[in-house]
Design a binder for this molecule. Structure first.
Ligand code: GYE
Length: 327
């Protein structure tokens, strides 16, 4: 078909495989690490020409980028979708053009699964369940298992799989634990600035009532910690302190865990470049890659009280963060 003809054209020019990558944005440290991983993997010296597009967290920009990739007749389109829905039309356009689409990180919800070739990323709901399981075990281990616990959720970008899954995990646990109350949930857009702003307003509204802040990524946690400190309160494990929980386990996040500012950081691995390359290599070899691939992830705590947790019927060791863990 036309795709084969185009490929022949490309290889007579440079021999490189052309990849168009539509990235969500640069909202967080996780995202920066993810972009670096993609750029390092899909380099000229590795045999690729990468067209990188930063959508600044806007779906309309991602749709534009994908249409440009189609027009440029790239060999593969890689999409890190900002939200799950709204992709049917543009992915159909890519399919009609014969260009395989690989989804990375967050998922897409489409009416027809053949609109994308493969997905690789994290199990976000499992991440949320692990975090909640740890909190429960920690409260039990420290004699607070029957106390009334007030939680606020600083959510990620609404409609993103990472938000949906992490919020779900917490909400399920709040239903199960009758002494837990979800006082508020509000989006921090996965950014430090918005995380801080939201925490400031939550502190004004709920004053001394907040026991736990469940931040859906590290950057929101950094902002929340600043807001808590600025309000004259403390983060940590003391009686009147606020427990800050987070996701990602970026370098700065783990440093805050080591310093006891973040009590638990649930890992979300951003190094997807090599994983996407593996999918492309298997497609190049005429093989069919797995439709969905989940990455294995750990949990990192500031304290030793809980050694193991279990979620979705699987046990996970809890790693206590020391300098060795960070480097
Ligand atoms: O947790 C957050 C980023 O989709 C897993 O997006 C990703 C999330 C990550 O902005 O830091």
């Amino acid at each position: 078909g036309s795709k084969d003809a185009k490929k022949a054209d490309d290889s007579s020019k440079s021999g490189n495989i052309t990849v168009g990558f539509s990235q969500v944005g640069a909202e967080s440290d996780w995202r920066t690490a993810n972009s670096t991983s993609m750029k390092e993997t899909f380099s000229e010296e590795n045999g690729y020409t990468l067209i990188f597009d930063d959508a600044q967290q806007k779906q309309e920009n991602q749709i534009k980028a994908i249409r440009n990739f189609i027009q440029q007749e790239v060999d593969y389109i890689v999409l890190a979708p900002v939200t799950e829905t709204g992709w049917d039309t543009v992915l159909k356009e890519a399919k009609d053009a014969g260009i395989p689409v690989i989804i990375v990180d967050r998922m897409v919800k489409v009416s027809d699964d053949s609109l994308y070739t493969a997905w690789v990323g994290s199990n976000f709901e499992l991440e949320g369940k692990k975090a909640a399981a740890w909190l429960k075990a920690y409260l039990d281990a420290t004699g607070r298992g029957n106390e009334k616990i007030n939680i606020v959720d600083i959510q990620g970008t609404i409609g993103a799989s990472a938000q949906i899954g992490r919020t779900k995990g917490l909400e399920a646990a709040c239903k199960e634990n009758k002494n837990w109350t979800l006082l508020a949930k509000e989006t921090g857009e996965f950014t430090q600035a918005k995380g801080q702003e939201v925490m400031e307003s939550l502190l004004k509204k709920h004053g001394d009532d907040i026991d736990v802040v469940y931040c859906e990524n590290d950057n929101e946690a950094f902002g929340a910690i600043d807001a808590i400190t600025a309000a004259g309160k403390k983060v940590g494990t003391g009686k009147d302190d606020i427990l800050v929980m987070s996701f990602d386990s970026t370098k700065t996040g783990l440093t805050d865990v080591k310093d006891g500012k973040i009590i638990l950081d649930t890992e979300c691995n951003p190094l997807h470049g090599p994983r996407v390359e593996e999918i492309i290599k298997s497609l190049e070899a005429g093989k069919e890659p797995d439709k969905k691939q989940y990455v294995d992830e750990e949990v990192f705590a500031a304290v030793k009280d809980v050694a193991k947790i279990s979620a979705d019927g699987k046990d996970y060791d809890v790693t206590v963060v020391t300098d060795d863990v960070i480097s």
